[in-house]
Design a protein around this ligand. Structure first.
Ligand code: DX5
Ligand code: ZN
Length: 214
């Protein structure tokens, strides 16, 4: 049985106590730490950037799963890689198609895993040509920008299409509105990496919340 990778999103953590909040999920069995980078242009919200990733690298052994919701991601790959990102996922909608393969190659040239993400309204067919180059596909199950939104069912159905066309090594990740119930739907469709922010961090029992996603 393949293990499901749980990646808590620190967007819902306490930014004044990131170390404590990361250690909590680490001790309760989280696999990765999901870091949401937003620029106020690609999405209508601003979060954190390279210096925070650099600091997080010093305080956790978990892989840093960095989700770039920014314009011109190609300009920031090197900085995030050098800061300690282990996975760099950028958005299909944020770049011209002819840049996608070069950006994937650039990410990989730093020994970092490369991910490509699609927003709710993006047809999964559009990213099929890149699956063989990618380590991870991130299917957004909410509009990117904010935590705590409601899971969009039709987005999860895209998992089936990706799964059907991917090789077994491709990690299929979902992000947005993930809880025990929606995690089950996504896993049935073939997702093997789950991002969850508010469900984990707003829970009174973080350990059970993480376990309920597996
Ligand atoms: C949203 C971010 C998510 C966010 C998910 O744009 O990409 O990672 O933290 O939050 P929840 O799990 O609360 O929907
Ligand atoms: Zn995210």
């Amino acid at each position: 049985m393949n293990k499901v990778i749980i990646s808590p999103s620190i967007l819902s953590a306490d930014f004044a106590n990131l170390e404590t909040d990361i250690q909590k999920v680490e001790s309760y069995g989280a696999d990765w730490i999901h870091v949401d980078v937003m620029d106020g242009h690609f999405v209508p919200n601003i979060t954190i950037g390279v210096p925070v990733v650099k600091s997080l690298k010093k305080i956790t052994n978990l892989l840093l799963d960095v989700h770039l919701m920014i314009e011109n991601p190609q300009n920031y790959i090197e900085s995030f890689a050098k800061a300690g990102a282990d996975i760099l996922t950028f958005h299909f909608e944020s770049v011209d198609n002819n840049l996608i393969v070069p950006i994937i190659n650039k990410i990989k040239s730093f020994g970092v895993k490369a991910g490509l993400s699609i927003k709710p309204k993006t047809d999964p067919e559009l990213i099929l040509p890149y699956l063989n180059d990618l380590d991870l596909v991130l299917i957004m199950t909410v509009e990117p920008g904010f935590g705590g939104q409601k899971f969009i069912n039709y987005c999860a159905e895209k998992i089936k299409n990706i799964k059907k066309n991917a090789n077994n090594d491709l990690i299929i990740q979902v992000d947005g509105g993930i809880n025990a119930e929606t995690a089950k739907i996504c896993k049935e469709y073939g997702a093997n990496s789950l991002v969850a922010g508010s469900y984990i961090y707003n829970s009174n029992d973080i350990k059970s919340a993480i376990e309920s996603l597996r």
